[in-house]
Design a protein around this ligand. Structure first.
Ligand SMILES: [Zn+2]
Ligand SMILES: [Zn+2]
Length: 458
């Protein structure tokens, strides 16, 4: 085998990314090796990466196997500042198959890069408020990743999950016993980071987990309010009372604007069309009834932490078996491939926030912060999730809203005819409101019916 130093002097650094890709997509990696010898697989490109790093980045696990079979080390560090190994790169990109291939050739699941970061830390770091990577995190844990390690700055995985505002990961780490009171080198706790990012849910979760006194919870809450995310916290508080910002706007526009404007501007000009007024008032009344019924029907999945704990533990148990086998292989120094143990309950999805097993169709709603069975969507005007429990009510509501909107438009048209189309601001406002009722009502009606049929088919 040619060492890295020799290669540097023999062949100038090449831009592998394109070359590796070209060879892989044309399917002649093996011919390529025959042509240039397998030394080509140990070369580093101008960016400091070898082919093994690129295939790990792009999740090409078959090619990863070929490279490893040809003697490439599964723990080759890249010639870059952080010195990432292929397993770090695969963890950042969420390629669990590549992670497994690398492990089966003896890569260390707790390998450290130059910043002493483990693959698990790297996986947590790539998560964000919008992109959840709990699947990769759980996979690494099942493969023996140690969640209690620190990086070079004494930051734990919990610090990183908090920084990334990944509530799912924060809950997972707390559930498996990561200490929330750990301090980094400069004395920073996860809770400090949570204040900095201003994530209300994570602050709450960490406060409870750190068993801070009730007074401290109150003062932390006040501090959170004063942080520059006050609008966010205010909204969070309104949500806690079962209302939402849009709901308030909605109520005000109907009660304070629509009804008075209707009585004042439209009724005097359209007295003779009694049937139309009856339709409008009846459907408007029905709107409120259906609105209340849809709002009051909550379809939260009840927490079942015992079942959750059982599955989570079963998933994590495979780690210890694997660790022993990898240890044996690395002690014997053979380049043999290890057969990785299967992960029990592999396809069972868990929600680490609600501590439940997620059935098909169950989704965690970030507004309600609860898991919803047969989730359709979260309605901001109802501040409730639409699911199979209240879908029929919701369809009736949208239909009824569309009737209200269209009868309002007809009455508006008749009264405008009487006044020779002189429009005042209230009538214009009524027109916009009615249009919104028809449009939104109609749109959601179509959406819900499509969703209903999809669910029936599945
Ligand atoms: Zn949930
Ligand atoms: Zn919701």
């Amino acid at each position: 085998m040619v060492t890295k130093g020799d290669n540097k002097s023999l062949i100038p650094r090449i831009d592998w990314q394109n070359l590796v890709f070209e060879r892989i997509t044309s399917g002649d990696l093996l011919n390529w090796i025959e042509e240039y010898g397998s030394d080509i697989l140990f070369q580093f490109d101008s960016k400091g990466y070898a082919p093994i790093h690129w295939v790990s980045k792009f999740g090409l696990h078959d090619i990863t196997t070929t490279l490893l079979e040809n003697g490439v080390s599964a723990s080759t560090p890249a010639d870059v500042v952080c010195g990432a190994q292929p397993i770090h790169i695969a963890s950042m990109e969420g390629h669990t198959e590549v992670i497994d291939v690398l492990l089966s050739y003896g890569a260390d699941v707790n390998a450290r890069d130059k910043y002493k970061c483990t693959p698990l830390m790297r996986a947590v770091m790539t998560g964000s408020h919008h992109v959840r990577n709990s699947r990769t995190i759980l996979h690494l844990l099942c493969r023996g990743a140690d969640p209690y390690l620190f990086d070079g700055n004494k930051f734990s995985v919990l610090h990183y999950a908090t920084l990334k505002e990944d509530l799912e990961a924060v809950n997972l780490f707390l559930n498996i016993g990561v200490n929330p009171n750990l301090r980094s080198q400069i004395g920073v706790k996860s809770l400090h980071i949570a204040y900095y990012t201003g994530n209300y849910q994570i602050v709450k979760r960490l406060v409870i987990a750190s068993s801070v006194s009730p007074y401290a919870i109150y003062s932390l809450h006040q501090r959170q309010f004063r942080a520059n995310k006050s609008i966010k916290s205010l909204l969070a508080d309104i949500y806690n009372y079962g209302a939402s910002f849009f709901m308030v706007i909605w109520f005000l526009s109907i009660l304070v604007f629509m009804y008075p404007a209707y009585v004042y501007d439209l009724v005097p000009n359209s007295m003779e069309y009694v049937k139309l007024h009856v339709v409008l008032l009846a459907s408007s009344g029905l709107d409120w009834v259906l609105w209340y019924a849809t709002w009051a029907t909550r379809s939260y999945v009840q927490p079942n932490s015992l079942e959750y704990k059982k599955v989570l533990e079963a998933k994590l148990v495979s780690a210890s078996k694997l660790k022993e086998e990898i240890k044996k292989i690395s002690e014997s120094k053979s380049k043999e491939r290890i057969k990785l143990p299967g992960i029990p309950y592999f396809s069972v999805k868990l929600c680490h926030t609600c501590k439940i097993i997620q059935e098909i169709g169950t989704k965690h709603c970030s507004y309600c912060n609860r898991c919803i069975a047969n989730h359709d969507h979260h309605c901001i005007y109802l501040n409730n999730c639409i699911s199979s429990y209240n879908r029929i009510l919701f369809i009736a509501l949208t239909f009824s809203l569309a009737v209200t909107g269209s009868s309002l438009i007809i009455i508006l048209y008749i009264s405008l005819q009487k006044t020779n189309y002189k429009v005042n601001w209230r009538q214009f406002g009524l027109f916009l409101l009615a249009l919104n009722l028809c449009f939104n009502g109609g749109l959601m009606l179509v959406h819900s019916i499509i969703k209903l049929f999809k669910n029936l088919v599945i």
